[in-house]
Design a protein around this ligand. Structure first.
Ligand code: BEZ
Ligand code: FE
Length: 303
C-alpha cells in the first residue's frame, strides 16, 4: 500500500485518472492536477486559504447570469484568455493579424451596412472618424467580399448593451470588403473603460491595487471563405492605459491612432483610424472567439 503524503499524493491522483479513455482529456486533467498540486506545495497552502479560494470561486459562479460571464472575466484578468489566444495564433499555418479578446460585448447579427455607412445610430458627442483599411492575405493580395464585423464603446466608454434596451444595437455593424479587399465606414473615436468591477473579480482587482481599465479600442471579427477567422481589436495610441490593459489584450502590432490629416482617407475631411488586417489560410483548428456571446443568450432568454 502506498503511503500518501504531500509528495506521493500527486502520483496517486494521476494513477487514478489514467483510466480516462479520451487522450486529450487525460492529458489536460493530468497537467492541471500536477500544476495545482505544485501550486499548493509552492505556497504551502493552508486549509483556511483554500477555503477562501473556494468561497471566491463560488462567488464567481454565483455572479454568472445570462448577461454576465464572471468566469471569462476571471480568465481575462489572469491573462489566461490572452495566453490561449497567443497559443491559437501560434497554430496558424500562415502569418496573420494577432488575435485579441472578443470580450463580453460581442453580438452576432449586427446590422449589415454598406461601405461608407455609419455605425452610429444614437445622438453622440463623440469625435466622428473614418475607420478604414484593407483585408489582405499572405501573398499581399486584397481579399474581396470578406466579412468585417466591428463593434466598440462610445465616447464615454459604454457599449450599447450597457446603455439601452439590449434589442437596440448601436456602434456595431457588418460590412463586406470591396473588390480590392478594402473597407471604410464612419464611426466615433471610442473611450477606454473599466471592466465590470461589481463582482468578485472586481474585489480581486481592488485587492491587487490594479486600476481595472481597458484602453480605448475597437473590436473586429473578420472572415472569408478559405481563410482563418481573425478575432481581434485595435487599440488607440495615447490612451493612458495602453501599457497596462487589465485583461492583457493590447500587443504592439494592434496599436494605431487617430490621424487628423490623412490625405488617403476614403471619406475626405474626417480624421481617420486606419488598419490593414492579414488573414491566414484556413486550417484544421478551432475558433479564436475566446469570450461570451450575449446575443445568443439574449435570444434564449427572450424565446
Ligand atoms: C472588452 O473588450 O470589452 C472586455 C474584454 C475583457 C473583459 C472585459 C471587457
Ligand atoms: Fe471591448
Amino acid at each position: 500500500m502506498r503511503a500518501i503524503d504531500e509528495h506521493t499524493i500527486t502520483e496517486a491522483a494521476l494513477d487514478q485518472m489514467a483510466s480516462t479513455p479520451d487522450p486529450r482529456l487525460k492529458e489536460i486533467m493530468a497537467a492541471l492536477t500536477r500544476h495545482l498540486h505544485n501550486f499548493a506545495r509552492e505556497v504551502d497552502l493552508t486549509p483556511e486559504e483554500w477555503l477562501d479560494g473556494i468561497k471566491f470561486l463560488t462567488a464567481v459562479g454565483q455572479k454568472c447570469t445570462a448577461y454576465r460571464q464572471e468566469f471569462i472575466l476571471l480568465s481575462d484578468t489572469l491573462g489566461l484568455s490572452s495566453l490561449v489566444n497567443a497559443l491559437h495564433d501560434r497554430r496558424a499555418t500562415e502569418a496573420g493579424t494577432k488575435s485579441s479578446l472578443v470580450g463580453p460585448f460581442y453580438r452576432q447579427d449586427s446590422p449589415v451596412l454598406k461601405l461608407g455607412d455609419t455605425i452610429v445610430t444614437k445622438p453622440t458627442n463623440g469625435q466622428e472618424v473614418c475607420l478604414y483599411g484593407r483585408v489582405f492575405n499572405a501573398a499581399g493580395k486584397g481579399v474581396p467580399n470578406a466579412t468585417v464585423q466591428v463593434w466598440q464603446p462610445d465616447e464615454t466608454g459604454n457599449y450599447d448593451l450597457q446603455k439601452h434596451d439590449p434589442s437596440e444595437m448601436d456602434l456595431r455593424g457588418t460590412f463586406r470588403t470591396d473588390a480590392d479587399g478594402r473597407f471604410y465606414l464612419r464611426t466615433i473615436a471610442p473611450l477606454g473603460y473599466m471592466i465590470p468591477m461589481d463582482g468578485p473579480v472586481g474585489d480581486m482587482i481592488r485587492a491587487q491595487k490594479r486600476h481595472g481599465y481597458r484602453p480605448a479600442h475597437i473590436h473586429f471579427i473578420i472572415g472569408a471563405p478559405g481563410y482563418r477567422e481573425v478575432v481581434t481589436a485595435l487599440y488607440l495610441q495615447g490612451d493612458e492605459h495602453i501599457d497596462s490593459d487589465t485583461v492583457f489584450g493590447v500587443t504592439a502590432s494592434l496599436v494605431t491612432g487617430v490621424n487628423s490629416k490623412d490625405p488617403s482617407s476614403p471619406i475626405p475631411n474626417l480624421p481617420t483610424i486606419k488598419f490593414d488586417f492579414q488573414l491566414p489560410a484556413a486550417a484544421a483548428y478551432g475558433s479564436g472567439r475566446v469570450g461570451a456571446d450575449p446575443s445568443q443568450i439574449v435570444k434564449k432568454v427572450a424565446s
